[in-house]
Write a protein that binds this ligand. Structure first.
Ligand code: 3PG
Length: 388
């Protein structure tokens, strides 16, 4: 997979448009998790050192579906970025294609940075609209995709724009691809894939892609409930994903590869109880894997040489249901073998901002994008850059 190299590009005195993914949790105007924002800083700093004319940051936040809605404004992110970089970040909510925006951009001094308003306020973004992409491209001389984590979406600021500007991958984008490729190609066994949380629709294809090359799939969370339901086990009132039941039924790896929890922590008529799988009652709600399953998962993780993890094992917002996930986390950190890749917002949040820096331990900024890439899919935003 070959991309053009940004390091070889002449960017000095050029106006650079950088597509970032600042889709981060915000609560009452405050950034709750800045992992993705911080990961874009090396590129921004590099561009400044290269003396670019200006940096125009473009991002989405949430899914405003083509409509301007205040709760999806990127303004809090501009304020936050300003604190991180300790320099003025201009927030320009003016319409893309308007002369007001052009004037504001022209008014920026050498090397200054601005952030435009949520790109998904424009319906053209998610329609990958050519004319809109052209308008966006008119704002700059060079385009950089530093948003691997949204590159599974065929959107104007990720795909169509690459037709109108010299297009390069950013440093984080390349780092993501490099580590995910390492995981895909690694022959170091046992190879263990841990899948929890929900969105089984995005995770079942990953299982399919690794059926012959992974040794164990350790499953928890809503993902496990869904597979158990597909196999006709009683899961009481637990949440599961009805729409993927038939797909879940069709997954039949070699015996012993796909490991489901055999005990749980449940909420039963308002009380927290431990239950074996065969003891689950119609009124129970599964909220975590049980001690026995957690111990077994730990044993497998400690022996693994290559690990991928996406999704918690239970309802981690509540301490009594976070034990399974905590055990997995500790085992993963203890295992310092060949390669561990951890991805997905919920999974990263388990580390509460304390992400150990270590060779062979990679925290991916991608949730859906990482799952799609590891499932063997071609990501529209990745393909668009390769063609350049
Ligand atoms: C993500 O959070 O996975 C990316 O920002 C993509 O967001 P989306 O699922 O709303 O396209």
């Amino acid at each position: 997979m070959k991309f053009k190299s940004l390091k070889k590009a002449k960017v000095a005195q050029k106006s650079v448009l950088v597509r970032v993914d600042f889709n981060v949790p915000i609560n009452q105007g405050q950034v709750v998790d800045d992992f993705r924002i911080k990961k874009t800083l090396p590129l921004i700093k590099y561009l400044k050192r290269q003396k670019v004319k200006r940096i125009i940051l473009v991002s989405h936040l949430g899914q405003p579906k083509g409509k301007k809605q205040k709760q999806f404004s990127l303004k809090p992110i501009a304020i936050y970025l300003e604190q991180l970089l300790k320099e003025k970040i201009y927030f320009f909510p003016e319409k893309i294609g308007s002369s007001v925006l052009e004037k504001k951009l022209d008014g920026l001094c050498q090397g200054e940075i601005c952030l435009l308003e949520n790109i998904r306020y424009y319906p053209e973004e998610e329609n990958n609209d050519d004319k809109f992409a052209q308008k966006l491209a008119n704002l700059a001389d060079i385009y950089i995709n530093e948003a691997f984590s949204v590159s599974h979406r065929k959107s104007a600021s990720l795909v169509a724009i690459t037709k109108y500007l010299p297009a390069y991958p950013g440093f984080l984008f390349e780092e993501e691809i490099k580590n995910l490729n390492r995981f895909l190609k690694s022959k170091k066994r046992p190879k263990v894939i841990i899948l929890g949380g929900a969105k089984a629709k995005d995770k079942l294809p990953l299982i399919k892609n690794f059926l012959s090359s992974a040794d164990y799939f350790l499953v928890g969370g809503v993902m496990a409930n869904t597979i158990l339901k597909a196999r006709n086990f009683e899961i009481g009132k637990s949440i599961y994903e009805k729409e993927v039941i038939s797909e879940a039924k069709s997954i039949n790896p070699q015996k012993g590869k796909l490991i489901l929890p055999d005990d749980f922590k449940v909420l039963s008529r308002g009380k927290v109880e431990s239950r074996k799988l065969e003891e689950i009652k119609p009124a129970d709600i599964i909220f975590d894997i049980g001690q026995n399953s957690a111990d077994f998962y730990e044993k497998i993780i400690l022996q693994a040489k290559t690990i991928f993890w996406n999704g918690p094992m239970g309802k981690i917002e509540e301490p009594e249901f976070s034990l399974g996930t905590e055990k997995i986390k500790k085992a993963i950190l203890k295992n310092k073998k060949d390669l561990t890749v951890i991805g997905g917002g919920d999974t990263i949040s388990i580390f509460q901002g304390r992400l150990p820096k270590r060779n062979n331990l990679f925290f991916s900024t991608g949730g859906g994008a990482t799952l799609a890439y590891l499932s063997g899919q071609n990501l529209a935003g990745v393909v668009a850059l390769m063609a350049k």
